[in-house]
Design a protein around this ligand. Structure first.
Ligand SMILES: Nc1ncnc2c1ncn2[C@@H]1O[C@H](COP(=O)(O)OP(=O)(O)OP(=O)(O)O)[C@@H](O)[C@H]1O
Length: 638
């Protein structure tokens, strides 16, 4: 406020000075009175710009020495810059002012106001200028800040980018490292897997070798067991047959003894009578010299003749036996021991079979004696028999056959009947007999074939248990002798023969050597009998073992001396009962059914009444069925 007042006073002084100058000029120009600068000049001179030199003031002239007034545009000042003339003029003006105060005071204040306003305006302008500058500075500051911020942001962005790049780099390196580690691990894994695969492969090979070895050993053991079983079986069969023969011989012997005793008594009487006659005759001879000489000579000649004949016959028989005799490998033959031995019986059997039906039909009405087969197999065997008979008729080569199937299904019987039906001789051998012959086997095989070739009718050579002798040659457990025997057989059967039909029977056709199977023309499977066949078999063996048990006469001359078996009374054995038994005996072979009926016969003979009743029959059937199941369980089938 004080500053404002001082400013106003200074302004007033300067204004007063200006007024003084102008009034002075007026006086100098001869004008009348005082003229207020505001009245002569509507617009006061503008205040000097700050910094500009103050406006020129007219220098005051002393009143005494009134020298022509010259305007001093550059008045002198004191050393401090202060001009007292101006003050004097101001004071004079103030005095004038006092005079003219009333009139001009208002103008002056207005003028002062204006000056003040102008000053205010200047200040405002200055302030605005300052504000503008401040705004500019602020703007600049903002811009700088913005730039700084921008730079910072850029730097941050760059840092971020760098961090990101670095992070990327790190991630890349890390992933590279991971990849490398993974690759290394993978390689390691692959190596481990390879190692493991190699180990597994080695293990597998080892196991395979072990399995192979075990299998080989098992096969060997199995073959040995089979061989042993076959041997045991054949031995048991032979023993059975021998026992049966022995028993029947024993019975025959006893019967014979009984008859012989009776006969002996008869003969003793006859001999006594004869000796009485001879005694009479001897007495006559001894008393007559000539008659005595003739009698001695006759007896001596007779003895010599008998002796010579016997010895000669023995030599001849030995020779014939060697040349024509049945080989030891043959167990059964329709030719008998000597070629002529079977002729009468064959002729008889052919005659009787023809007389029976006028056809080839056998006992069971199907053309095959006692063999019961399923219809399709029966048909096949019939066709084969006819074909073989025709082959023989036309002198064409025979066809070899293979019969395979479970044990006891009629293979041997069918072969026998087939030979009979086709008019061939037949000979039966067992594969199991070859191995025990050792080095003799080859010779025996050749002997066998030589013998077989001598049959005029042609011969069916049936080799039972063929797998025991004709199995794969590369099997390790096969002996050298066996292999040679097989080779001998292969050699003898290499070409199709017009003399020999080779019929092989086996339970294991897969075991046969491929060269053997290659020689086979007809393969027939003998399955276990179906229900219908079982029914027929039961009836057949019921008839054979029970119904006709008492009718049996036997063979040979001794049959007349044999004790006849007891007749069995059959009661209530109906077709339904047989059918029931057939249903129960599912899985039985023909042999098992035959044995079942033999057991029924034994049970009947074991009973006191010697009578077959349904309950006894059922009892035996049930017992046999249970036994069969048990056997299957032991064999691991059930
Ligand atoms: N189909 C059948 N018809 C009649 N009886 C049969 C039949 N099958 C088997 N048999 C009886 O079983 C016994 C044995 O028959 P065979 O010897 O023919 O059988 P296989 O099949 O040759 O047996 P393996 O294979 O054991 O030698 C015969 O004596 C017979 O009593």
């Amino acid at each position: 406020m004080a500053a404002a007042a001082a400013k106003a006073a200074a302004a007033a002084l300067s204004a007063a000075a200006a007024v003084a100058v102008s009034s002075e000029r007026v006086h100098a120009e001869g004008g009348s009175g005082f003229r207020f600068p505001f009245s002569s000049s509507p617009t006061p001179p503008p205040p000097p710009p700050p910094g500009a030199p103050p406006p020129s003031q007219p220098s005051p002239a002393p009143a005494a020495e009134e020298a022509p007034r010259v305007r001093n545009d550059n008045p002198r000042t004191t050393a401090a810059g202060f001009d007292p003339n101006v003050l004097e003029r101001g004071a004079e003006l103030l005095r004038d002012y006092e005079k003219h105060r009333d009139a001009d005071v208002k103008k002056m204040f207005a003028y002062l106001n204006k000056v003040e306003e102008t000053r205010q305006a200047e200040l405002t302008a200055q302030k605005a200028e300052h504000l503008k500058e401040a705004a500019t500075i602020e703007l600049e500051k903002t811009r700088v800040e913005y730039d700084e911020k921008k730079k910072l942001a850029q730097q941050q962005a760059e840092i971020k980018a760098q961090i990101a790049r670095y992070g990327d780099e790190l991630a890349r390196k890390r992933s590279q490292l991971e990849n490398e580690t993974q690759r290394a691990r993978n390689q390691e894994l692959v190596k481990m897997q390879e190692d493991s695969a190699i180990r597994v492969e080695q293990l597998r090979r080892q196991i395979e070798e072990e399995i192979h070895e075990t299998r080989r050993k098992t096969d060997k053991a199995k073959a040995l067991i089979d061989q042993e079983t076959a041997e045991r079986k054949s031995k048991a069969d032979a023993e059975g047959r021998a026992l049966e023969k022995k028993l029947s011989e024993e019975v025959d012997r006893r019967m014979f003894l009984e008859k012989a005793n009776a006969e002996r008594e008869k003969w003793v009487q006859a001999i006594n009578i004869t000796f009485e006659h001879i005694g009479g005759g001897l007495r006559t001879i001894l008393t007559d010299q000539n008659k005595l000489v003739v009698a001695v000579g006759g007896v001596t000649a007779l003895a010599a003749g008998i002796y010579t004949t016997r010895e000669g016959a023995r030599v001849v028989w030995g020779y014939v036996d060697r040349i024509l005799g049945q080989p030891s490998l043959i167990r059964e033959s329709s030719r008998g021991k000597y070629p002529w031995s079977g002729v009468p019986s064959r002729a008889m059997s052919t005659m009787t079979s023809k007389l029976k039906n006028g056809s080839n039909l056998g006992k069971n009405g199907n053309g095959f004696g006692d063999v019961i087969l399923n219809p399709s197999l029966q048909k096949r065997v019939n066709q084969l028999a006819n074909a073989t008979a025709n082959t023989k008729l036309h002198q064409a080569p025979f066809r070899n056959m293979l019969f395979y199937g479970p044990p006891g299904t009629g293979k041997t019987m069918a072969a026998r009947e087939l030979a009979r039906e086709s008019g061939l001789d037949y000979a039966l051998m067992t594969g199991g007999d070859v191995a025990p012959l050792g080095s003799q086997a080859v010779t025996k095989i050749h002997q066998l074939f030589d013998w077989a070739k001598k049959s005029n009718r042609g011969l069916l050579l049936f080799i039972d248990e063929a797998d025991a002798f004709l199995c794969e040659r590369n099997k390790t457990y096969m002996s050298e002798a066996q292999r040679s025997a097989l080779n001998a057989l292969l050699f003898r059967t290499g070409d199709q023969s017009k003399d020999i039909v080779l019929a092989l029977a086996t339970n294991r056709p897969g075991d046969l050597d491929s060269a053997v199977t290659d020689r086979i023309d007809e393969v027939l499977e003998f399955p276990l009998p179906g229900e219908e066949e079982r029914c027929k078999l039961l009836k057949l063996y019921l008839d054979k073992y029970i119904v006709k048990a008492g009718d049996k006469q036997g063979k040979g001359w001794f049959r007349f001396f044999r004790r006849q078996p007891q007749k069995i009374a059959v009661k209530g054995i109906t077709d339904d009962l047989i059918q029931e038994a057939a249903a129960k005996t599912d899985g039985f072979s023909g042999r098992e059914i035959a044995k079942l009926m033999a057991s029924v016969q034994a049970a009947v003979y074991g009973s006191t009444e010697c009578e077959l009743t349904p309950s006894l029959f059922r009892e035996v059937v049930d017992y046999k069925v249970a036994e069969h199941q048990q056997r299957r369980k032991i064999a691991g089938h059930a």
